[in-house]
Every structure is written in C-alpha cells, then in structure tokens.
Ligand binder design. Structure first.
Ligand code: ADE
Length: 252
C-alpha cells in the first residue's frame, strides 16, 4: 500500500509531515508532496488548496505521478444536519457534488455520462477510519483538547457520524442556503469543497479512498468566523491524532 493523504489547508494536516520517517519533498504543479512513512505505512502527504479543481488535480497527481494505491482526505467541514455539531467527526460513506446540475439533460447532481451522483468510499478504509475516530474521541480527546478549549468551542461529547458529504465550490455561510441543500439532499451530514472531486477521480481510476471531516462551523452566518477560529486552534490536532492512529492500526 502507498497511501496518499490530502488536505486543503496547512492547518488541517499540520504535524503529519513532521511525524513522517524518512521524509523526501518534491514540488510539482505548485504543490509540495512529501513522501515518507507514518508508522509502517508508506505515505505521500500534500496540500491541495481549496476547491474541487484543486482537489481533483491533486488526487490525479498522487495516483499518476506518485503511484499511490489508496487515498485519504482529511479536513474540516460545515455541519449539514441538525444532529451534527461543531467538534463532531463525519466519515463519508458517499460523496456528491451539490453544484453539479446539467438538468434537464441529466438529473440534478448526476455527473454527466457516469450515471452517478453518489460516489461510494471504500468500505475497509472507511471502517478503519471511523474506528480510529471513535477511539480518538474515547481515549485521547480530553488530553488533546484541553478544558478551556472545549469550553471555548462548546465541545461537549463529540460524536462520529457516517453518511453523505456534499461538496461544491462555495463556502456556505447562510442558514437559508444550508437548509435548502439539506432539503434537496436528505441524509446530507456535512458540506465542504473538495471531497466529492477526489471521490470522482478515485472512482474513475479504481483507487480505494476515504474522507474524514471535523465539523468547524454550522454553515450559517457565523460560519466564516467559527471556521477561522476552529481551523487555527483545533483542527490539526484532531487530524494528527486520528490519521496517525489510522496508520498504526492499518498495519495490524
Ligand atoms: N468547510 C468548512 N466549513 C465550510 C462551509 N461552511 N462551507 C464549505 N466548506 C466548508
């Protein structure tokens, strides 16, 4: 296995590259790829930057140029469902591009000429990832995020959810908009800007993939402020703990 690990922003992956054994850096297409090991897993870490094109390009490069056999995306997302709160973790079972609409030629959300709107994640990777996230919350959460920070972000007992993540080239910061999307996509748990693009590339290339998102905001009018605070203060520690755990447990 060679695992490609993508995040959009530095804060979503901070610490992982530093934790790699035998890191080697290579710059290609305006992105820095770091090859090395996390535990016994051979990995390539990269920041895609924000948006579906950036993410799709990065996933393609990882597969074609860096020979990754599996892909993991880790980052933050806005809550897309009433039961999903800031600090919760969403592990995707499937992903969809909510801004794909070639109707009336094709049904809304369907990626034309694929017959698909939903792209399923790999069951094995997804099960392992959800398990690593559950164990992080059960055993390491309180030591990782101190009481003051938990209070500041009103993080009670965060939970792991599994289900649909919707992606589009928009930062959603309107209650009306997120509610309308939720009505159009029952079962949608979170919104972000990259996952479904990575999913389409991996599907087309036959590469197993998984996506994990920590909820940073409620995709409402307060989203931009909440997002900035959460990303700089908390996001990297969630990702670091869960991804290193995931890599350790993949070996076994
Ligand atoms: N990523 C984190 N929060 C988001 C939001 N509200 N909209 C889109 N992407 C996000």
């Amino acid at each position: 296995m060679r695992l490609g690990i993508i995040s959009a922003l530095q804060e979503e992956q901070q610490g992982l590259v530093e934790a790699m054994q035998g890191p080697a850096k290579l710059i290609h297409g305006m992105r820095e790829y770091t090859r090395g090991r996390i535990g016994a897993v051979e990995a390539v870490c990269v920041l895609s930057r924000i948006g579906k094109v950036a993410a799709a390009t990065t996933a393609s490069m990882l597969i074609e140029r860096f020979g990754v056999t599996h892909v993991l995306f880790t980052g933050v997302a806005g809550a897309g469902h009433a039961g999903v709160r800031v600090g919760d973790i969403v592990v995707a079972d499937s992903l969809l591009q909510y801004d794909m609409d070639a109707s009336p030629l094709f049904p809304r959300f369907e990626v034309p000429l694929t017959g698909l709107a939903h792209f399923q994640t790999d069951l094995y990777l997804t099960n392992r990832l959800a398990d690593s996230a559950e164990r992080f919350l059960a055993h390491d959460f309180e030591a990782t995020i101190d009481a003051a920070e938990r209070g500041q972000f009103a993080l009670g007992q965060p939970r792991v959810h599994r289900g649909l993540i919707a992606s589009g080239d928009q930062f959603i910061s309107s209650a009306q908009r997120i509610n309308a999307l939720g009505e159009a996509l029952p079962g949608m748990l979170a919104v972000e800007m990259e996952g479904a693009a990575v999913a389409q590339v991996c599907f087309e290339m036959g590469v197993p993939f998984a996506v994990m998102r920590t909820i940073s905001d409620n995709a409402n009018e307060a989203a931009a402020t909440d997002f900035m605070r959460f990303v700089s203060a908390v996001a990297s520690r969630y990702a670091f703990q869960i991804v290193t755990r995931f890599c350790r447990e993949l070996e076994t």
